[in-house]
Design a protein around this ligand. Structure first.
Ligand code: MIG
Length: 750
């Protein structure tokens, strides 16, 4: 990829074309803060899957030839581009923000092929010891103090410095430790926080990707991809929050969810009959643990055939769903992409007749094995295939299904991975598995979202395991098959915070852990830590210890209930954060560094988080611990449980026996709450209760019907609550278009 000397450059509209000795490169001016850099190694007209529509804000850049390149001067940054497409970006004061590393990699000692064989014989995965240049590669300088945040669902900690990761959507049933380079999702976006500046990079390329944040060498980071263009957006901002706002401007934001979807969900891969589901639903109500859905995992299908129903074990189609709906349960079902190869099965027949499945290069329909045995894979990149899949959801909505959970869409397969050359499409363009793999789920989720929206008229909840950058416009995510391990409870915090700053505001982990066996202490600590997980579901695997809260002991049931009720109490606050998220892209769960980026105590803080800006949660995530060392950043904070006042910018030790999750509210806060209910819709939310802390405050609260799109026509309320230091509350309606609360009261319990 050495482009050599710059020969010439050409200014076109919003674009600069650079002609080099050995090829060309392009620079696109998206906005004053966003610039896209491209070496079109594969194609001249790359169409992004992640960035939809014409993302372009009028901006100004002036170009000037210099001896060894070109200088581009914008309103926020100055860019120099030299031979070999070496980029340097400075702010207006001349400080270097981002700079290419031009000396080439210093690839560390690799091990011999022979050693790799030996290692692999014992079961080590040793290929990662072999390093070489990537086909598409980009190196940038790292400074001593640089920190790296983002990259979606990756394992490990918030700060990715000195770690190595890959983007290749992978179904990993083994324990997700920080040694696992790739999980289910591929979000090639990260934020580099420097000592006194910050920038974001989004490498929009869907091929297998590689990220080395200074592990190979402390002077540079490496981005690599197996193919495609070198194509990245540089995002400038003054604060981390600016970068997130701009990244989500490009790739889109989580849309308003239905209110009930933010409630509690119970699930288990192991409910093998209608009675199993019925018992759990009744158990939720008997134990007075609020719950919205008992979700249907693959066993509800007839022989794992998608869009069918097993009448033998799950009774007559629609019967159970209708019965439980009287008690407030909303049916949520799993759907896999793998479509059983069986003549006479309507999905297979339709797919064959209309040529909807991916093919081998010889033209035959490609077959691999998943749950139903031999299965075919819809070619979701094509619109007509998505339309067909979308319409097929009528089979679900006809029986009352209200939300869909898309699993196995990496795509996972049991007889080895799909070969590289399986033929897929991205819209009309034919391509292969290598390019489509990381966006396979993205296109499936678009189909599900579109189908459910059209069929129900409601805001769809699509829960997806795999995704790419931008899928947040269509789907919520869960982090896949975690395990009932303390280390996985600990990882919940950095993982959901990282997803949040990578655009995924609606994310959650399987509460209690999916694989392995949970225990009462772990369950309690998990529900405490997860109480503000945007997506809030307990799920476990067949064969593992049952994880419905009452399956442990009375203490666990009581603690569990206390936290699920707490969640229902804070629902309007969480809903407000989703309302704001559409406007700013800021997530619900936030690492402290997002709002305290000058405070180095927050840079590597992996065991606490903020919910919005004013609520700090510092759960106990260590087995046996009954105290928690809590870091409170600058400001005055009030203990949610005791009302005790603390001055921040220090660590405190909080007594936190089982059942206590340390929570703090910042001075000068107004937080809206509801009385807890058994499920959303049990009774109208007539009363808003404002939780306040001393000090002047202002807060905007959003209210709508929580269900459909009528808010787009103005059917919503916006309340502005303010109070001065005299603590007197005043309310102003900024917008009035929906039935107002009967009562707004202040709860002065802190
Ligand atoms: O592992 O459908 O991650 O949530 O319960 C088998 C069965 C396939 C994987 C999902 C998990 C789900 C399970 N699926």
């Amino acid at each position: 990829m050495k482009l050599g000397a710059l020969k010439n450059f050409k200014e076109c509209k919003d674009k600069l074309e650079l002609i080099y000795e050995n090829g060309k490169a392009n620079i696109y001016f998206v906005s004053d803060e966003i610039v896209r850099f491209e070496i079109p190694c594969m194609t001249d007209d790359y169409v992004s899957v992640a960035v939809e529509g014409n993302k372009k804000i009028p901006c100004e850049y002036k170009t000037e030839k210099i001896s060894d390149g070109v200088n581009i001067s914008g309103t926020k940054t100055d860019i120099s581009v030299r031979d070999d497409f070496a980029v340097e970006i400075r702010d207006k004061s001349g400080k270097v923000i981002m700079k290419d590393y031009s000396k080439g990699r210093i690839i560390p000692q690799t091990i011999s092929e022979k050693s790799v064989k030996l290692l692999e014989a014992e079961g080590h995965s040793a290929s990662s010891y072999l390093h070489s240049d990537y086909k598409v590669q980009d190196l940038k300088c790292i400074d001593k103090d640089d920190l790296f945040y983002g990259l979606g669902d990756k394992t490990g900690y918030l700060n990715k410095r000195e770690y190595y990761f890959e983007n290749w959507n992978s179904d990993i049933p083994l324990a997700h430790t920080e040694a696992v380079p790739a999980l289910y999702k591929s979000i090639p976006f990260f934020i580099c926080k420097k000592k006194d500046s910050v920038y974001g990079l989004f490498y929009d390329n869907t091929y297998h990707g590689y990220f080395d944040f200074g592990k190979e060498n402390s002077s540079y980071f490496v981005y690599g991809a197996d193919d495609g263009n070198l194509n990245y957006y540089f995002i400038y901002g003054e604060k981390i929050t600016d970068i997130i706002e701009k990244y989500t401007y490009l790739t889109g934001r989580t849309p308003m969810p239905q209110l009930w979807t933010l409630g509690y969900h119970q699930c288990r891969w192991g409910y093998e009959s209608a009675n199993d589901i019925r018992e759990v639903a009744h158990g939720m109500r008997e134990n007075r643990i609020p719950c919205e859905s008992v979700q249907y995992d693959i066993d509800y299908m007839d022989n794992f055939k998608v869009f069918t129903w097993d009448e033998e074990f799950y009774e007559k189609k629609g019967k159970l769903m209708e019965e439980l709906s009287h008690d407030g349960f909303k049916p949520v079902v799993i759907i896999d992409p793998g479509t059983k190869k069986e003549e006479g099965y309507f999905m297979y027949d339709q797919g064959i007749k209309n040529d909807y499945f991916a093919k081998s290069p010889d033209g035959s329909v490609y077959v691999n094995k998943v749950w139903p045995g031999d299965a075919t894979f819809p070619d979701f990149g094509r619109k007509e295939v998505r339309d067909w899949w979308a319409e097929s959801h009528k089979n679900l909505t006809d029986m009352g299904v209200m939300a869909v959970w898309n699993d196995m869409n990496e795509p996972a397969s049991f007889e080895g991975p799909l070969p590289d050359d399986v033929v897929f499409h991205i819209e009309e363009r034919e391509t292969d598995h290598r390019e489509v793999h990381n966006v396979y789920a993205h296109f499936m989720d678009i189909a599900t979202f579109t189908g459910m929206k059209k069929l129900t008229g409601r805001r769809p909840l699509v829960i997806t395991r795999a995704c790419y950058a931008g899928t947040q416009k269509y789907a919520a995510v869960w982090t896949g098959d975690n395990q009932s391990l303390w280390s996985h409870l600990q990882m919940l915090i950095p993982q959901l915070c990282s997803l949040g700053i990578s655009g995924y505001a609606l994310a959650g982990t399987d509460i209690g852990g999916f694989g392995a066996n949970s225990n009462s202490e772990l369950m309690c600590r998990w529900i405490e830590a997860a109480v503000f997980s945007p997506f809030f579901r307990n799920h476990s695997a067949k064969g593992s210890r049952a994880q419905e809260p009452w399956k442990f002991n009375d203490e666990t049931t009581d603690i569990y209930r206390k936290y699920v009720e707490l969640r229902y109490k804070f629902l309007p606050y969480i809903y407000d954060l989703f309302y704001q998220c559409q406007k700013t892209g800021l997530p619900i769960m936030r690492p402290l560094v997002l709002h305290y980026e000058d405070d180095e105590n927050t840079f590597n803080l992996n065991d606490e988080f903020l919910v919005g800006e004013n609520l700090l949660v510092s759960p106990v995530v260590m087995q046996g611990a009954t105290r928690k060392m809590v870091y409170l950043p600058e400001g005055t904070w009030y203990d949610y449980w005791t009302g005790e006042k603390h001055e921040g910018k220090c660590y405190i030790i909080k007594n936190a026996p089982l059942g206590v999750c340390p929570m703090y509210i910042k001075a000068g806060s107004i937080i809206p709450t509801y009385e807890s209910v058994q499920y959303v819709g049990e009774k109208p939310y007539d009363k808003l209760i404002l939780l306040t802390t001393p000090g002047a405050a202002e807060y905007v609260h959003y209210q709508d019907n929580g269900v459909d799109y009528k808010y787009e026509d103005g059917e919503y309320n916006l309340y502005k609550f303010s109070k001065g230091s005299d603590e007197k509350l005043s309310t102003e309606m900024i917008h009035e278009g929906y039935k107002k609360y009967k009562e707004v009261v202040i709860e002065n319990d802190v």
